[in-house]
Design a protein around this ligand. Structure first.
Ligand code: CZF
Length: 221
């Protein structure tokens, strides 16, 4: 049984659509989020900590909203900013900007305590294309080899496989009452994520893209 590690029930609702019935259960475990400028080290170290805690295969989901006009902020700090400022104030700040483009990114980290056939690296990116698609900023962060060291001041031998997803959009005044988190202020293709039902959001979202890649790999491994 795979544990989907998150304190956020909204993430699990979306993830369940990608994994066979009965093959996954939520593990409400608040792993330590290391300070990092990119999601990869946070997901990698979180997966190791959660695996050691659960002693079973785990998938952690680290996500963030990256606002272009704020140089990517709040990014890995999205959860903290949502709790402290709230999404209305994030919208207020963004509404002062000329450039309100933004992107959601999601990095899934899988750890089952074993190695992965094609991956001599302790951190194996299941999807390097997502970083390239996310543009030069993402490439600079996503391709870094030292993400493992950044996570804990030394390489941890537990292998982790990472899957990344990205969706572009822009910050708008809140609309819609579905979804969770920043969904009401994130517009993609004319609709906010909070105006989409789960299937529609999954079809375009950062989490949907990452889960699709994970589910394909997981089924074939
Ligand atoms: O509008 C949104 N649509 C999404 O699809 C989405 N995914 C994540 N988020 C928000 O971005 C931060 C991530 O933080 P995060 O990855 O650390 O997660 P979290 O703290 O909520 O739970 P956990 O999984 O870490 O336990 C939190 O503020 C989440 O609400 C989203 N907001």
């Amino acid at each position: 049984m795979l544990r989907y590690v998150t304190t956020n029930p909204g993430k699990v609702r979306e993830a369940e659509r990608y994994l066979p019935d009965g093959s996954v259960e939520r593990l409400d475990f608040d792993y330590t989020e290391v300070q990092a400028g990119d999601l990869g080290p946070i997901a990698a170290q979180g997966a190791r900590e959660a695996y050691r805690h659960a002693d079973a295969p785990v998938l952690v989901d680290d996500a963030g909203l990256f606002v272009e006009g704020l140089d990517g902020f709040p990014g890995p700090y999205s959860s903290y900013v949502e709790e402290t400022l709230g999404i209305e104030r994030v919208h207020d700040i963004a509404s002062e900007l000329d450039d309100r483009r933004a992107a959601f990114r999601c990095t899934l980290g899988y750890c089952d305590g074993e190695g992965f056939a094609a991956s001599p690296d302790p951190v194996d990116r299941g999807d390097r294309d997502a970083a390239a698609a996310a543009g030069p900023d993402a490439e600079a962060g996503g391709e870094s080899d030292d993400e493992d060291g950044a996570a804990g001041g030394g390489a941890d031998p537990l292998p982790v496989k990472l899957f990344e997803g990205y969706v572009p959009g822009r910050i708008v005044a809140p609309r819609g009452d579905g979804g969770f988190g920043y969904d009401p202020i994130f517009e993609h293709d004319g609709e906010t994520f909070a105006e989409m039902d789960t299937d529609r959001k999954n079809a375009v979202s950062h989490r949907g893209r990452a889960l699709e890649k994970f589910a394909e790999w997981y089924a074939d491994r």
